[in-house]
Design a binder for this molecule. Sequence first.
Ligand code: NOJ
Ligand code: CA
Length: 705
Amino acid sequence: MKLLYYSLLFCCLLTFSSCNVKSSGVSSPDENITVSFLLDNKGVFKYIIQYKQQKIIDTSAIGFELTNAKALKEGFMARVKKPVEVNETWQMPWGEQLNVVNNYNEVTVELEERDNLKRRVNVVFRVFNDGVGFRFEFPKQENLKEVLIKEENTEFNLTEDYKTFWIPGDWDIYEHLYSTTKLSEINAKSYIPKTNLAQSYIPENAVNTPVTLIGKDGLHLSFHEAALVDYSGMTLKVDTENLSFKSKLVGSRNIDYKVKRSVPFNTPWRTIQITDNAPDLITSKLIVNLNEPNKLGDVSWFKPMKYTGVWWEMHLGKSSWDYGMELVNGKWKDTGKAHGNHGATTENVKRFIDFSAKNNIGGVLVEGWNTGWERWIGFEDREGVFDFITPYPDYDLDEVTAYAKEKGVEIIMHHETSAATQTYEKQQDKAYALMKKYGMHAVKSGYVGKILPKGEYHHGQYMVNQYNNAAIKAAKYQVAVNAHEPIKATGLRRTYPNIISREGLRGQEFNAWSADGGNPPEHLPIVAFTRMLAGPIDFTPGIFNIKFNEYKKENQVNTTLAQQLALYVVIYSPIQMAADLVEHYEANPKPLQFIKDVGVEWLETKVLNGEVGDFVTIARKEKGTENWFIGSITDENKRDIDIDFSFLDDNTTYESIIYKDGKNAHWNNNPLDIIIEKKLIRNSDKLKFKLAEGGGLAISLKKKI
Ligand code: NOJ
Ligand code: CA
């Protein structure tokens, strides 16, 4: 076994000898990826990553600058611990698949300063067949009790000018359109004048992760992090001249460090997914594998579901979140002067419940049900504004939840915190207890706006802890969380499966109102290979009334109708919204059939083809029924897609319904042109499909009995 080639220099390292350059390394189980490491003559720890003998990360240093002590970056001695090989399979309670193989070789390098402080830090590498994760462990020690990290300077020195799919390293939001440029042409600051987001801070030429790179010979890399716990989010500062990334942590304006931790502790994993092609990036399970196993135990109280909701109608301007209370003698009161345009009324919600019950949709999200919305907009001091317990007078929680129960539907709670973290924290116990009382098991939370306390950013350590603690607390009340304006997903759903989904990208809502033309057709073919590598996305697909001229002449969804259906398979989430208005679905029963049929719980996922930013085709097998569903989407270019159905079960005939772009379909000129046909399909079939510009394809395949 070539697990390691460390033996030659092992003794040198082990005995802390004074030889100048010491090197060692570890390979992936299939031996394609090798990480080697060394100490240079200043005692700086450096690593190199090779894939199939090609250097992909050239000699790169690590090191920490501290606010409360001397930097921890040089003068090290090193000891390499005996490597271990792990090969296990674990099961996801819900996910893209049931069984996940976790197979890697791990080696720990113990670094110790040679000077009299003798501070220690370990670097742990896990090398998988699909990439590398490494983290820093600060063990218990005499001369380091608490670290105030000013900066973590982990280098990733690249070896070519990759084609890069990136969003800026914004400390406050990920809701940007992706850019596709050479690494040497990344200019994150070019986003600053264009942002009209509720909050945005782009301090330097850095990118957020996942950031995906393609090399000239087809190598695919994606940089991210795993298990982000009690630490700051990492952006990657770009050196366009030397073609390298360096970790830059998100900070705070209130303190002169970026992370504060008591020793012992571990940092998040720094991850690099490494594949020969784009589809393998999506099937890689490296990020979840680097997280700890389920700490919640039985989570069967949450069931993956499709949901509708009082949501799109507010984004279209058909109704409003607020009810129309007025300020009387310094207190917000129901004066009976409701403006009459409130969306979350008992009656309206019942309409969604009826529709959902009829169409195999398990949940109804209700936004704008609670007091506070009037006082949100324009208030700089948002603390104390939202109330997560008190419904508006026209929303009867008892009646709505009883009605939903009778119909077999669950109400999904909504907590828009307005980023006023203390108000939310104070009310969490009561708010989750209220949910438990009503049998609600999922909450969508929101963090729009600048963080309160002022000076904090959405992706800094303070907020990382806010998001994680909210989810951990929610679990105690059997509540699952879908955060918007969240911290990025880093695979924590393995440890806390009640972290079901999140936003953390430019979602469908931008198509309803953004002044810059919404999400262009290439958006989701990029997202599938970038943001989606991090974890489930609450994108809210399924808009049938693509142009919605009745509400907004200037806005539209920039895909065909067939693509809106395909998204239920392409985008993974254990909660998938059927986002359009009830009346728009009722007017289109034929395409609605796909939403009715499509699964949300998967046994298996196969990425049949794809290129980053161009197109992707994904097939998923439903848990329980073993039916298959296929989704394929393309960017602004039309294309032919070949589907080889050999993944279907042997000796089985499937009754399929195919939803494909019509002959004249086009995301802008003719988005509603769709052909829906039935066909018997077996695993010997190979079929060609035409995807229109901005188009898509959705297929349901049920076993014929
Ligand atoms: C932004 C969220 O992304 C959106 O889904 C929600 O409707 C609004 N905030 C209001 O909370
Ligand atoms: Ca948002």
